[in-house]
Design a protein around this ligand. Structure first.
Ligand code: HEM
Length: 483
C-alpha cells in the first residue's frame, strides 16, 4: 500500500497492494473483535495495513495513549480517513470533524455551552422539569404491566434531556401514555442509522463505491436530510421565541441561547452542525450509560439495592441532587464510573501522526521505545484497555463499583491514564462533568419509586456503531414501590 515495513512490531502478514484488507474486511463492522484478536495473538502492540488508512499501529496501553493524547492536535490529528467521514456526519466544521486551527475555533465556539453557569442553571432546570413526566410515564407502564425495551426508553429520555437542555423545548418523546413507546421516533431512528452507516465506512476503504451499489449512500442522504430538517425546525422555533422575547439575556435558559448570545453572527450551517454534534455526542452516550447501568445492575442486584438505600436516605425530604450535593452520592457515582469504565463512550478511536514520534517504553512488558513514522495511524480501544487485567487488575472484566470506593467509604474518582472513558488531552469530552450529574439525578429519582423486573437476563453485547450502543432490546417491566 506504499508504506514502509515495520519488522520491530508484530502483526498479521499482508499481501502486496492490499495489505491486510482481506483479513480486516470481514471484521469491518465489528472492528473491536478484530482488535481483540490482535491483542490475544500479538499483545497490546501490533500493526497491520489497509488501503486508505495505510499503516495502522495498535497501541492498547495507557502509557502510549497518554503520550498520544498529550500531543494531540500538535503531533497527532484525527487524520483524513476519519475527518472525511465525520464531515458528513456529525458535520463540517464541528470539533469532531476538524483539525488544527479549525478545531481550536470550533471548540472555542462551543465553550460557553459547557461553562459552569450553563450546566448548573440549564441542565439542573431541564432535569427537574423532565423527571416528573418520566416518572408519570413509568407509573403508567407499571399500572399496565407493560414490558418495554429499557434501551429504547433510555434513548428517549436522553433525547428529551437534549431537547430540553439545548432548546428549552418539550418533546412528545415520553408521553403519559406508555404505548407511545411502540411508535418509532424519526430523530432517534435517523441518528442511529447515521451512526451505524458512519461506523461501517471507517474500515471499508471503498465505501463511496460499495454504498452506491447497495443503496446505502442514498439512504444516508435521505436520512441526513430528515435530521437536518428536524434540527433546523428546533433552531427556528427557539430562535423565534428568543426574538419575541427581545432580550436574550433574560431568556438564556438553554445551551442554544447561550451559544447564540456568544455567536450572534454565526453561519446557520455551522450552528446546525454543532447542534447535530451535541445531539449525537450527548444523546448516544447518555443513553448508553443509562442502559448499560441497568444491565450491569440486573446482574449484580446488591448494587442496585445499595443505590436505592442511598437514594432514599439522601432524598428523604424530596430533594434532588444538585452540583453541590453530588459528592454525597457515593454509591451512585461508583456505579456510574464503573458502568462507563466497562462500556466507554467510544469503543475504538484513532489518531494520525503528523510528525515522526517515539512511544515510551513499557518496562513492565519488556517493550522498548517504539518509533511511529509520520503518516502512520495509531489505533486503540478504550474498551480493551479498560478491561485489561494488566491495567485494572485480575477482575478488570467484572462490574465492581467497590473499586471506586475507599476503605473509609469515600468515592474515589478514577483518572487517566487508566481511566479514559471521556478521553484525555485537548479533545477531552467537554461534557465530562455534566454526565454524572444527569445520571445520578435520573437513577436517584427512579430507584426511590420503582422496582425492576428483568425479562431477559441473557448476556448482551454492542451493535456496530461509532458509540457503544447495546445490540437488541433489553426488556423489563417496572412496579411502583410502596411509599
Ligand atoms: C457518558 C457520556 C459521554 C461519554 C462517555 C463521552 C465520551 C467522549 C469521548 C471519549 C470524547 C473524545 C473523543 C476523541 O478523543 O476523539 C468525547 C468528545 C466529545 N464529547 Fe463527549 N461523552 C459523553 C457525553 C457527552 C455529552 C452529553 C455531550 C454534549 C452535550 C458531549 C459532547 C462531546 C463533544 C462535542 C466532543 C468533541 C470534542 C473534541 O473533539 O474536541 N459528550 N466525548
Amino acid at each position: 500500500v506504499g508504506v514502509s515495513a515495520r519488522n520491530n512490531i508484530p502483526g498479521p502478514s499482508g499481501l502486496p497492494c492490499i495489505g491486510n484488507l482481506l483479513q480486516v474486511f470481514p471484521y469491518r463492522r465489528r472492528m473491536i473483535s478484530f482488535m481483540e484478536l490482535l491483542n490475544k495473538v500479538y499483545g497490546p502492540l501490533s500493526t497491520f495495513t489497509i488501503p486508505g488508512w495505510g499503516r495502522l499501529v495498535v497501541i492498547n496501553r495507557p502509557e502510549w495513549l497518554a503520550h498520544v493524547k498529550k500531543n494531540d492536535i500538535s503531533m497527532y490529528t484525527r487524520g483524513p480517513v476519519a475527518v472525511s467521514i465525520f464531515e458528513q456526519f456529525p458535520g463540517l466544521g464541528t470539533p469532531v470533524a476538524s483539525e488544527g486551527e479549525k478545531w481550536r475555533a470550533s471548540r472555542k465556539a462551543i465553550q460557553p455551552i459547557f461553562g459552569v453557569k450553563s450546566f448548573q442553571d440549564h441542565l439542573a432546570t431541564a432535569m427537574s422539569d423532565l423527571m416528573p413526566t418520566t416518572t408519570r410515564f413509568l407509573a403508567n407502564a407499571a399500572k399496565d404491566q407493560l414490558p418495554f425495551d429499557w434501551n429504547d426508553f433510555s434513548g428517549r429520555l436522553a433525547l428529551s434531556i437534549f431537547v430540553k437542555s439545548n432548546f428549552n423545548l418539550d418533546t412528545t418523546m415520553l408521553q403519559e401514555d406508555p404505548k407511545a413507546l411502540t411508535d418509532s421516533h424519526e430523530l432517534i431512528s435517523s441518528i442511529c442509522e447515521l451512526n451505524e452507516i458512519s461506523a461501517a465506512r471507517l474500515f471499508n476503504p471503498y465505501w463511496y463505491i460499495t454504498e452506491k451499489l447497495d443503496g446505502t449512500w442514498f439512504r444516508f442522504r435521505r436520512t441526513i436530510s430528515v435530521l437536518w430538517k428536524t434540527i433546523d425546525g428546533l433552531i427556528e422555533e427557539r430562535s423565534k421565541s428568543l426574538a419575541l422575547a427581545g432580550d436574550v439575556d433574560s431568556q438564556e435558559t438553554d445551551f442554544f441561547s447561550t451559544f447564540l448570545k456568544s455567536h450572534s453572527e454565526t453561519d446557520p450551517i455551522f450552528t446546525r452542525n454543532i447542534m447535530v454534534t451535541l445531539l449525537f455526542g450527548g444523546r448516544d452516550n447518555t443513553q448508553n450509560s443509562i442502559s448499560w447501568a441497568l444491565y450491569e445492575l440486573s446482574r449484580q442486584p446488591e448494587w442496585l439495592n445499595r443505590m436505592r438505600e442511598e437514594a432514599i436516605a439522601l432524598g428523604q425530604s424530596g430533594q434532588h441532587p444538585t452540583f453541590a450535593t453530588l459528592p454525597s452520592y457515593v454509591i451512585h457515582l461508583a456505579v456510574f464510573y464503573e458502568t462507563v469504565r466497562l462500556w466507554p463512550g467510544l469503543p475504538k478511536n484513532a489518531r494520525y501522526a503528523t510528525v515522526d514520534d517515539i512511544l515510551p517504553a513499557v518496562p513492565e512488558l519488556s517493550i522498548p521505545e517504539t518509533n511511529i513514522e509520520k503518516g502512520t495511524y495509531v489505533l486503540w480501544s478504550d474498551k480493551i484497555i479498560m478491561r485489561d487485567p494488566l491495567v485494572w487488575g485480575p477482575d478488570a472484566d467484572e462490574f465492581n463499583p467497590g473499586r471506586h470506593i475507599s476503605d473509609d467509604g469515600k468515592f474515589v474518582k478514577p483518572s487517566a491514564p487508566e481511566f479514559i472513558t471521556f478521553g484525555a488531552g485537548p479533545r477531552y469530552c467537554p461534557a465530562a462533568s455534566i454526565v454524572p450529574y444527569e445520571w445520578v439525578f435520573i437513577w436517584s429519582t427512579l430507584l426511590r419509586l420503582f422496582d425492576f423486573e428483568f425479562l431477559d437476563t441473557s448476556k448482551r453485547t454492542t451493535g456496530d456503531f461509532l458509540t457503544n450502543q447495546m445490540a437488541d432490546p433489553f426488556m423489563v417491566r417496572v412496579r411502583e414501590r410502596e411509599a
